[in-house]
Design a protein around this ligand. Sequence first.
Ligand code: SF4
Ligand code: SF4
Length: 125
Amino acid sequence: MKGLKIDLEKCIGCRACSVSCTEGLISLKDADGYRVLSFPGRCPVEQCRICRDLCPTQALEVTEKLSDERVECKFPLVACKSCGSYFATLNMVEHVRKTLAHIDTAETGWILLCGACRKELSLVA
Ligand code: SF4
Ligand code: SF4
């Protein structure tokens, strides 16, 4: 048994951990314009580090401290500028913006479009 610690300042709600956890221990729900992720304070799969290793912002830490409390993170979702469907959290969009800050904003308009609309509008190759 090991502890899991989520850094609420770093997590962007990308869901990479949730969709990759083989035990389904990290829950996710998108509803009413928000994404809610719930993290366990302990994990019984001794050798696994998948969620920590996949996290793009190093928000998850494996610790020796075990907790029975789950920690919830709530993120506002962003609607696609073209079709209006929710496609990402605001924190994800901000993370992409910061990461691509060196690129001309005229070339990064696709950031506010969902994947389907990006394809349809041929804004990406
Ligand atoms: S360490 Fe592995 S089993 Fe445990 S919560 Fe993370 S992905 Fe799931
Ligand atoms: S992979 Fe990291 S940033 Fe993405 S939801 Fe999980 S903890 Fe948050």
